[in-house]
Design a protein. Structure first.
Length: 263
């Protein structure tokens, strides 16, 4: 536990937990800083993108959100949980996945560590569609187990209407699609294989509809899309990706600035 003292020091410009000293983190805990814990996945993303897309995008989104809140609202971005629930992508290769029990246990121990360091507000920021339904349930379990108000969001759901206006071929993020490819072009253009873009398309996939409690069964992603892509990446651009990231980070920052979800 951090020493029970307050600090008059300004919020450091750096927000990444693993780039700050323990003393700086103690001061931020005393200032009731919010901790953003990016929760991602490492999995296939079609022929043109690396397996770390969700990790890269989720981490960047959290850091952008923190930048928009500083200096008046202190925020720390914890190291990203790079592995999630991705069994549906395993058939393509290149994919890590956890069991639900392990995912729960890892999140519980990470959140417990954050709470033990003196922080009280934890937001699990998800960047992988396959984690959404599990996190909705686990946030309830973690809140009870840890006696702390654990919150959760999925970054691309924070500005769905704005994002839909920025994209040409889809309404929101799908998978290895126009949106994800565009954001990778903005953040890590060297990791986007432009020569494979002509192959980077597949059937549309509505993440929100897939979560509705209607009659359905689980499908492997190879049944959904033989290419590994849902949506169409061929009209992606770095400018479009920058705009999508900006819209999502600005939307979440505004909600956090207003005191949500702990008000």
């Amino acid at each position: 536990m951090h020493p029970s003292h307050s600090s008059s020091e300004p919020t450091p410009k750096e927000s990444a937990w693993n780039r700050l000293t323990a003393e700086a983190l103690n001061d931020l805990a005393c200032r009731d800083a919010i901790v953003l814990l990016p929760v991602a996945s490492t999995e296939q993303h079609g022929p043109h993108l690396p397996t770390g897309v969700d990790d890269i995008l989720g981490t960047a989104f959290c850091r952008r959100t923190a930048e928009r809140l500083a200096p008046d609202h202190p925020v720390v971005v914890a190291p990203t949980l790079w592995c999630g629930l991705a069994d549906h992508h395993v058939a393509f290769g290149g994919t890590f996945t956890l069991s639900l029990a392990t995912f729960h246990a890892v999140l519980r121990d990470l959140c417990r560590s954050i709470l033990t360091a003196g922080f009280r507000k934890i937001l699990l920021v998800n960047s992988h569609g396959g984690n959404i339904s599990a996190l909705a349930s686990l946030a309830v379990e973690l809140t009870r187990e840890l006696d702390a108000p654990i919150a959760t969001t999925t970054y691309f759901m924070e500005a769905a209407e704005a994002v839909s206006e920025l994209l040409e071929d889809q309404g929101n993020v799908m998978h290895a699609c126009e949106a994800e490819t565009a954001m990778m072009m903005a953040l890590e253009p060297g990791l986007v294989d432009a020569a494979r873009l002509p192959e980077a398309y597949g059937p549309a996939f509505d993440i929100a509809a897939s979560l509705m409690p209607t009659l359905k069964r689980v499908h492997g992603w190879q049944e959904v899309s033989p290419s590994g892509v849902a949506g169409d990446a061929r009209r992606a651009s770095a400018a479009k990706g920058e705009a999508v990231l900006e819209a999502c980070a600005t939307a979440l920052a505004a909600r956090l600035r207003a005191g949500e979800p702990w008000a």
